[in-house]
Design a protein around this ligand. Structure first.
Ligand SMILES: [Mg+2]
Length: 362
């Protein structure tokens, strides 16, 4: 199954309506050109993956034209491990954007699933067929609005809630305590700092989360200093969930584990080197009986959630008030395994006809 063609397609995605925002200092929701990679083989099979970050289209297209087509055409599409290592060698001099590192690998998994006629989660071994989804909030305006959103999430069936708050340690700590008070002791709660704090502020928030019995405390600090995470873990009781945005897949995750700071590791197809990188992280964590929690609500990540034994939830982004439940999640907050061969596409009327054609062409 030799690769005969590698192409990039860009599609303009409008900004979400209503718009939403993240913590102070981060850019909010926005539209832009998204890149789609298509790999075709000489026996008529095709695999597709998106670099879903708005603005990634031009970068992906440039990379395909300058490097990837030349590297991939003529290679055996079934040798995902070899091609995964090849991409890391290319990264040594190309400094690939982290959200593009896994695109080739994810497209090759899609291709393998389509060739076999089965969804990727089954190719990966198929651990489960459904998993609970937690409601992962964007940043809302006030404590009152968060509590209202939390009520709606629970009403819609979500069994657990993760906060993305303002990035103000005092306000964030107050919100975290208020939410625990509001929902009672039995609802699992998580907090995502989106790397908004330094160590003193991370400690301040972490102590509130410890007091309120949060399940995990995610990415409070930029992930360049493992030592700062180690010091944080030594000073708070709340378990840390780390290594979402560092490059290096399982290689950097290993050092987080070795430092002793991690009770949970982040993994994802989008930021951790595709399906292959994400699974390497999951197995690495499992060796230490640590959970690998999947970051982000993409189709590729749904497959990972069904394939990784040591994971708890699917992350479902709640971007609006009134709250809308993400497609495919039932009234008990459970998402079922994808059924299309390969990765498959989320349903929706938003895909332009030419994109559909591009994705399904062989
Ligand atoms: Mg996160």
């Amino acid at each position: 199954m030799l690769i005969k063609d590698v192409e990039a397609f860009t599609v303009s995605v409008p900004a979400p309506n209503p718009a939403y925002r993240w913590r102070e200092g981060l850019r909010g929701s926005g539209g832009g050109e998204v890149g789609i990679l298509r790999i075709r083989t000489d026996d008529g099979v095709c695999g597709v993956a998106s670099a879903a970050k708005p603005g990634s289209g031009a970068v992906l297209r440039g990379l395909v034209d300058r490097v990837l087509r030349d590297e991939l055409v003529g290679q055996d599409a079934t040798r995902r491990e070899w091609l995964w290592e090849r991409l890391w060698n290319i990264d040594r001099t190309e400094y690939l954007p982290i959200h593009l590192l896994g695109v080739v690998d994810t497209a090759l998994w899609d291709l393998a699933g389509r060739a076999a006629g089965v969804p990727v989660w089954q190719l990966l071994g198929g651990y489960r067929t459904a998993i609970p989804a937690y409601a992962s909030t964007v940043t809302f305006t006030s404590v009152e609005e968060y509590l209202d959103v939390a009520d709606q999430c629970l009403e819609l069936g979500y069994p657990a809630i993760k906060l993305h708050a303002w990035g103000d340690p005092v306000a964030d700590a107050r919100l975290s305590l208020a939410l625990r008070e509001h929902v009672g002791p039995d609802v699992p709660l998580m907090f995502d700092g989106s790397a908004g704090f330094d160590l003193p502020d991370a400690l301040y928030v972490g102590r509130a989360l410890s007091e309120a019995g949060y399940l995990w405390y995610e990415e409070p600090i930029r992930e360049y200093s493992i030592t700062s995470y180690k010091w944080l873990a030594e000073r708070v009781d709340v378990p840390l969930n780390v290594a979402e945005t560092v490059p290096g897949a399982h290689m950097s995750a290993a050092d987080y584990l070795a430092s002793g700071c991690a009770t949970y590791l982040r993994t994802s197809a989008g930021l951790r080197g595709g399906i292959t990188g994400a699974m390497r992280i999951a197995h690495l964590a499992d060796a230490f009986r640590i959970r690998a929690e999947v970051h982000g609500n993409t189709m590729a990540n749904r497959h990972l959630c069904m394939a990784i034994p040591n994971t708890t939830y699917y992350e479902s982004l709640v971007t609006s008030n009134p709250v809308r439940r993400e497609w495919g999640i039932d009234g008990s907050g459970v998402v079922s395994a994808p059924t299309d061969p390969g990765i498959g596409l989320a349903p929706g009327p938003d895909y332009p006809a030419e994109l559909q054609e591009f994705i399904h062409a062989v």
